[in-house]
Write a protein that binds this ligand. Structure first.
Ligand code: ZN
Length: 223
């Protein structure tokens, strides 16, 4: 199989939920103390290792270089933001989070990298679920480090969802993809990742950010 980002021979699958997020929620997972994964196809699938379990990874593959070099700064940026949000006290709807504290002196680059991390997961989901959204701009965005113009992200306090990632829902207009949305949930934090044509005026886009407009703080939503 080829790497879906660069086309080189591929070797590894991307975790659908970052291993560090899973470890923060589910401590000391082992064969004796497994985690149980639920998907639409299957309930109670035993997971004995967060690092090794194939069920926690996307079935589409990346090459070694894309996985470990190219996208490592993107992974690290989300790991950092996720950790800070998880450890923050009193998170609730409307609260303003000063993201400049987490990326001192490089807020824009830090949040661009967070965006690119979710562009990578979005691309994995498009390929894995066979969603008819053009994958080219996702590949270009990851390879060049330039934001995907149609991907926006909203971050909120999670009240109703289980740790995991949702399937992608797609709305089309005149036979073309117009809007797509999915959630990435880690404990008390939910991230809504959206693909939207410029003409879209969806409720979910209110409060969402793009690297071109990000400021030093964001207001949390609630899901
Ligand atoms: Zn690659």
């Amino acid at each position: 199989m080829q790497c879906w980002i660069c086309g080189e021979p591929a070797s590894s699958g991307e975790h659908k939920l970052k291993a560090s997020d899973l470890r923060a929620q589910f401590k000391n997972i082992s064969q004796q103390k497994p985690l149980y994964l639920h998907t639409q196809a299957r309930k109670n699938l035993r997971i004995g290792s967060i690092k090794k379990s194939r069920a926690l990874k996307s079935s589409v593959l990346l090459c070694h270089d894309c996985n470990t070099n190219l996208t490592a700064p993107y992974d690290k940026a989300w790991e950092k933001l996720s950790k800070h949000l998880r450890n923050a006290k009193g998170l609730r709807k409307g609260i303003i989070v000063k993201i400049s504290k987490f990326f001192p002196g490089c807020t824009k680059q830090g949040m661009l990298n967070v965006h690119l991390y979710f562009v990578k997961l979005f691309g994995c989901a498009i390929k894995e679920q066979g969603i008819p959204i053009d994958i080219g701009p996702f590949q270009q965005s990851i390879l060049t480090g330039i934001a995907h113009p149609k991907v926006r992200i909203a971050i909120g306090v999670n009240k109703s969802m289980t740790t995991g990632s949702s399937d992608l829902e797609l709305a089309s207009l005149n036979g073309k993809p117009a809007f797509a949305t999915w959630f990435y949930v880690t404990g008390c934090i939910a991230v809504n990742i959206m693909y939207a044509e410029p003409t879209e005026r969806r409720q979910g886009l209110i409060g969402a950010w793009h690297p071109s407009t990000i400021s030093k703080r964001i207001a949390l939503l609630e899901y």
